[in-house]
Design a protein around this ligand. Structure first.
Ligand code: 9G3
Length: 566
């Protein structure tokens, strides 16, 4: 490929909307262009990388016995009515109607579709296990698309679905996919960390997310430096050590706290620690009000609360419900005298003489004590884990990091096969539901994450396995007959050896050519300059390490092949 013909419109300046490195460089290096919010066109260089990542994914999916299919993007609403999910996703689902006014959606995922696809033809245990996957566009109308391909509204996903006769079969599929993911991301040059995650609305019990640790990541994880425990904070647990406060309970006291509603205002106004305050949060669970209590310096984890309550819907109560339930405006809620169920975090049970809202406008209570002044309905772990909390497995203080979720593996069980009546006959002719798992990788997200982990101030540093081209050959001056000829010879020899190579044949100043080479991030740059040429050499620069050295032109092809193999 000649640089003068390659359609890679590089930009000198960083576009304003790009907030993170990968988004910045994908625009500046001419890999993608924004068509609409969260919707992108892939330009030649970007598409080459996407296709290389897909090829690695295909190899590893095929290696664990998966078969590739391609399902439609446009999905009939009937299937989503059968599983009851048509209404679940509201505005996030792109919906459309056809000329006969029939309802469809643009597929955000394909559990319904794949299960309906096979249910009438997979009828016997002899046909199991079955593992089908596709690499296809997905559509989710995100409220805030951002960070380029990391949170788009149209994105390419590899989604695999496994069908087994029993839990053991599902377990095999789950761990085959898990280890395939480890190989996929390693082959892409990505350092990932699998973390235990919350299975959320899609049901099932066990699930892991593959995280790329990056400060720009939207997910927050905690991990143990000593053992392999790692989890998304939505789901993370910690070793709870009860440290009962030994102070004697003091007389309950009502204090005027005009306009001091938040924990920060109360601690300032009363001169107490946040850890001595009670945070009372009023929620509506399946339509009924409940109170959740956490220590003032802790965060409530709504996902844990919802699991403890076992409710379908859970949302923070609005000001009017708070007024009705507590008798006070927002900010003065407390447990004393509340008529609703109270769920307290375990840490609350160690508290003595704490400060809480008085359920009265502009008043708080001091020296509130559990048992004497109020009772709780349930005590549970409903707290957001933080850095420094103890590992639930080995007790070491945990670290935290932000992560980009590039893949996830889920055990679904019979959630979709039961709803869609996808069953098989076992040896005894007895009808059994298929046991399912689903496994996703965000292809665009993976490409963006590779850039997040492989870039510097000059641009991208592609791992060889996914680079859009392996080599760029740069003559310092294309006008110099000898340089142009040597460059042409090297370029032709590399092409003949099957190397993916670009020749920068532009009549540009060397600095411009070197800047573009670094920005686009070719792993190998071969520079033909007047000095090295006199000795029959060319200069090689490795983008990953910055190493620079000369090689006789006659040895270049073999050396480059060695680097690509390496
Ligand atoms: C929807 C919309 C958004 C969604 C879903 C459905 C996420 C939805 C969960 C999954 C689970 C797995 C197969 C590949 C791996 C992930 N967002 N999920 O089900 F209608 Cl609008 O997609 N699916």
């Amino acid at each position: 490929m000649l640089m003068s013909q390659l359609y890679a419109p590089t930009l000198r300046e960083t576009p304003a909307e790009a907030e993170i490195a990968s988004h910045r460089y994908m625009l500046r290096a001419g890999l993608i262009r924004r068509t609409a919010a969260g919707i992108y066109s892939y330009l030649p260089l970007g598409l080459k990388v996407i296709r290389k990542v897909e090829a690695i994914i295909r190899e590893e999916m095929n290696r664990i016995g998966c078969q590739e299919v391609l399902m439609p993007i446009v999905q009939p609403s009937e299937l989503w009515h059968e599983t009851g999910r048509w209404a679940d996703y509201g505005p996030e689902m792109f919906r459309l109607v056809d000329r006969n006014n029939r309802e469809f959606c643009l597929g955000p995922t394909h559990e319904e579709l794949i299960t309906a696809l096979i249910r009438s033809e997979v009828r016997s245990y002899r046909q199991l296990p079955l593992r089908l996957y596709q690499i296809q566009n997905k559509y989710r109308d995100e409220i805030r698309p951002r960070f380029g391909l990391i949170r788009g509204r149209e994105f390419i996903m590899k989604d695999m679905y496994s069908f087994d006769r029993d839990e053991e079969g599902l377990n095999n599929a789950y761990w085959d996919a898990y280890h395939a993911y480890e190989r996929i991301f390693a082959r892409c040059g990505l350092k990932t960390r699998p973390v235990e995650a919350d299975s959320g609305a899609i049901g099932g019990d066990e699930t892991h997310e593959f995280m790329v640790l990056a400060d720009s990541g939207e997910a927050l994880i905690v991990y143990c430096p000593d053992c392999d425990y790692a989890a998304n904070v939505e789901r993370a647990e910690y070793r709870f050590v009860s440290q009962k406060n030994e102070a004697a309970p003091l007389e309950l006291e009502e204090v005027a706290t005009p306009n001091a509603a938040t924990i920060a205002e109360i601690t300032a106004f009363l001169g107490v620690e946040a850890a001595d305050c009670l945070k009372t949060l009023i929620y509506v669970a399946d339509g009924k009000p409940v109170a959740a209590l956490v220590r003032g310096d802790h965060e409530l984890n709504e996902i844990k609360l919802q699991k403890v309550l076992g409710c379908q819907t859970l949302e923070l109560a609005g000001p009017d419900i708070i007024e009705r339930v507590t008798g006070a405006p927002v900010g003065f809620a407390g447990p004393v005298g509340l008529e609703v169920p109270i769920i307290a975090d375990r840490c609350v049970m160690d508290m003595v003489n704490c400060v809480a809202g008085a359920n009265k406008a502009d008043y708080h209570l001091k020296n509130v004590n559990i048992g004497r002044d109020f009772n709780v309905t349930t005590t549970a772990d409903i707290r957001m884990v933080e850095e420094g909390d103890l590992c639930p497995k080995c007790g070491t203080a945990m670290d935290s990091a932000r992560g980009i979720e590039v893949g996830q593996v889920f055990k679904l069980g019979t959630k979709y096969s039961a709803a869609l009546k996808a069953t098989f006959l076992d040896e005894n002719g007895k009808e059994q539901p298929l046991i399912m798992g689903c496994y996703g990788i965000g292809v665009g997200r993976t490409v963006a994450a590779i850039i997040e982990q492989h870039h510097d101030e000059n641009g991208i540093k592609w791992p060889m396995s996914v680079a859009p081209y392996h080599v760029i050959v740069v003559p310092v001056s294309i006008k110099d007959e000898k340089q142009a000829q040597a460059a042409e010879e090297i370029y032709t020899a590399l092409q003949a050896a099957g190397v993916e190579v670009v020749l920068d044949d532009r009549n540009e100043r060397p600095g411009v050519k070197f800047k573009d080479a670094d920005l686009i991030g070719f792993p190998i740059r071969i520079t033909i300059g007047p000095k090295s040429l006199e000795n029959g050499n060319a200069e090689i620069t490795l983008r990953q390490t910055g190493e620079r050295f000369e090689k006789p032109i006659s040895e270049i092809t073999d050396y480059v092949l060695g680097l690509i193999e390496g």
